[in-house]
Design a protein. Structure first.
Length: 218
């Protein structure tokens, strides 16, 4: 009798409420889903994302960056904490830290991030207000592999939302979050199915190099 294939082990890094973490946890509950969250690590104590993980019986670690005198020293310990879980994939889900080159290199090709804009537009912070201020007709979210360039790794999948003239940044954020919770578990699923890889700074899905805007962009 053929043994059941073990799900890929995922470590999720958070800094806050963990709504994307919850979407990933929910997806992993599906019998057909090829991944499981092995651990959740936060750089901030007492955030609700940790409660979400604990409620799902997932191991958690709090590692405050305030206890370290440099980014390098923090990331070195963070790598040790992550590697204790023997992850196949590391997922950034609202982890509000700029990562060092050594960290990115260590997890190259198995490190994903979600960013609330249609990259390469609006790298960095305050993306929703920036889209409104620019009078954009559309905004959205991108899932991408992480490289040393901030929010600059190859895009895997984007989702677009309309921008209305009366929108506040909170209105637009809510619309984007809804799409985030749909596309992040999907991209993670592709990775866990060995359909998605990064080669030479390109995202490859089913042996086809994706466009700069990712898969199925219209």
């Amino acid at each position: 009798m053929k043994s059941k294939v073990e799900p890929s082990r995922i470590v999720v890094l958070i800094s806050g409420g963990g709504t994307n973490l919850q979407a990933i946890i929910n997806a992993c509950k599906l019998e057909s889903y090829p991944g499981k969250v092995a651990g959740v690590i936060s750089n901030k104590a007492n955030v609700y994302g940790l409660t979400r993980a604990e409620d799902a019986k997932i191991s958690t670690v709090t590692l405050s960056h305030k206890d370290f005198n440099s980014r390098d020293s923090y990331d070195k310990v963070l790598m040790d904490k992550i590697d204790n879980y023997s992850p196949d994939l590391v997922v950034l889900a609202g982890f509000m830290r700029i990562l060092t080159p050594s960290f990115v290199e260590h997890y190259q090709g198995r490190l994903l991030n979600i960013h609330p804009s249609l990259l390469p537009k609006y790298q960095g912070l305050n993306t929703h207000q920036r889209a409104i201020d620019a009078k954009d007709n559309e905004h959205g979210v991108s899932v991408h592999f992480v490289t040393e360039e901030l929010d600059g790794g190859p895009v895997i999948l984007q989702a677009k939302v309309p921008v209305f003239s009366e929108d506040t940044s909170e209105d637009l954020a809510a619309r984007v979050h809804e799409q985030e919770h749909r596309i992040y578990p999907l991209v993670i699923k592709w990775f866990c199915q060995n359909r998605l890889v990064m080669k030479k700074e390109n995202a490859i899905l089913d042996n086809i190099a994706l466009l700069p805007s990712g898969y199925a962009n219209d």
